[in-house]
Design a protein around this ligand. Structure first.
Ligand SMILES: CC(C)(COP(=O)(O)OP(=O)(O)OC[C@H]1O[C@@H](n2cnc3c(N)ncnc32)[C@H](O)[C@@H]1OP(=O)(O)O)[C@@H](O)C(=O)NCCC(=O)NCCS
Length: 368
């Protein structure tokens, strides 16, 4: 067995193996966008090669991070998978160590993870990641029937529990529709446009956002935002931006996602990303009204927004969601966010302070 870096030509086998393991239909173009064509260049792609056959994969996707007043190369470990025939041979641990070590040697200063599965939680902790915060799930129901049938199947509910769930979701749906109707009548404090590409006004927004503030987050350059949302081959995103005298003061990215790999039929409306200048939080209500219209027009059954409620740059969204009729799921379905430094470029203890982090779904998989 040889642990080695990706070589051109590996992609077909890597993609076939990925589709087999995760039961998806990813194309080579999608793979290329995600792993090769990022604004920070090619990902660190590592494989296990068994006599010329690639049998395992793990990669670090590069993203530029802003940490207080400095920038660092950071990355997200993505798509760890091993050919079924070769599982249980303890290849996984060494592959992750290899990924972390070689990323560190290539100048990555941090890596992060966002995962709701308990087994992955333990995995991150045992590999030296620190639990920074959780993204808290806020839920609204548009179509109770399809949401209930998905949940009943996924949770293997008894007929009695199915009926109970259906009536709970029905009540939530009535609640949301009533609140959202009232919410939709609000007026916009600033003009809002739906944009099709991030231009240099967004680079200026970013500069203004970080000026004299303690912030740790992925750098939202127009290059990153265009790659992540506009040129993303997996799905279309709706991007709303607010202006004050022509200058962008915030944006929000909404999407409708499907999870065929989890055999879910529901269409789920999500907020993928947002950034609002402190002092302009009122624009979140304008964004949310438009996002709800967008989710409805795209036939979303269920709306789930994961929000870092303790973050000083994101907690306002949680309040708006509540006003709009979303309900908190009280910790259930929250997604822990972990981070680990690589090398010793980042030493500041404040790096682990929860409220400086601006964490959104932008940190999730490329398809959310
Ligand atoms: C996850 C996966 C890569 C593990 O490989 P494996 O060959 O089954 O496991 P190994 O024999 O190499 O290592 C076993 C270790 O991995 C852990 N492990 C197994 N499956 C895991 C999973 N889905 N998530 C996290 N850890 C897992 C085991 O707890 C065990 O830990 P230990 O060594 O501390 O006892 C493999 O099962 C796989 O490809 N699964 C499908 C893809 C997937 O779910 N990837 C996401 C994982 S982050």
């Amino acid at each position: 067995m040889e642990y080695r870096e990706y070589r051109p030509g590996d992609e077909t086998r890597l993609n076939d193996l990925y589709n087999e393991v995760f039961d998806r239909n990813r194309t080579i173009e999608e793979w290329k966008w995600e792993y090769l064509d990022t604004p920070e260049g090619q990902s660190k792609i590592l494989v296990v090669d068994d006599g010329g056959e690639v049998i395992a994969h793990e990669a670090m996707i590069p993203m530029r991070f802003h940490v207080f007043d400095r920038e660092f190369l950071g990355g997200k470990i993505e798509d760890a998978y091993i050919d079924r025939k070769h599982r249980g041979k303890k290849l996984f641990g060494p592959l992750t160590e290899y990924c972390l070590d070689s990323s560190e040697q290539s100048g990555y200063a941090l890596t992060f993870g966002l995962t709701g599965r308990p087994v992955n939680y333990q995995l991150h902790i045992s590999r030296g990641f620190r639990d920074i915060c959780s993204l808290n799930a806020h839920l609204a129901v548009l179509e109770p029937a399809s949401a209930a049938s998905d949940a009943a199947r996924a949770l293997k509910l008894s007929p009695f529990k199915r009926v109970a769930l259906r009536s709970v979701l029905g009540a939530l749906s009535v609640w949301f529709k009533r609140k959202a109707k009232r919410y939709s009548q609000g007026t916009d404090p600033y003009p809002v446009e739906r944009i099709t590409r991030f231009d240099d006004r967004f680079d200026r927004l970013w500069q203004e956002f970080i000026q004299n503030r303690k912030i740790i987050t992925i750098k939202r350059s127009s290059d990153f935002l265009n790659w992540r949302y506009i040129d993303n081959p997996y799905r279309e995103y709706a991007v709303f931006a607010a202006t004050d005298a022509g200058r962008i003061v915030g944006y929000l990215v909404a999407a409708v996602v499907t999870r065929e790999d989890m055999h879910l039929e529901s269409m789920i409306g999500v907020t993928s990303d947002f950034l609002v200048l402190p002092g302009y939080e009122a624009v979140l209500s304008s964004f949310l009204r438009r996002a709800v219209d967008f989710w409805r027009s795209e036939h979303a059954d269920l709306l789930i927004n994961w929000v870092h409620r303790e973050g000083k740059y994101s907690h306002s969204l949680a309040k708006e969601l509540k006003r709009c009729g979303f309900v908190s799921t009280f910790g259930r379905y929250d997604i822990p966010y972990f981070v680990r430094t690589l090398g010793d470029d980042i030493k500041d203890d404040a790096f682990y302070g929860v409220d400086n982090w601006h964490v959104t779904q932008a940190y999730g998989g490329a398809w959310v």
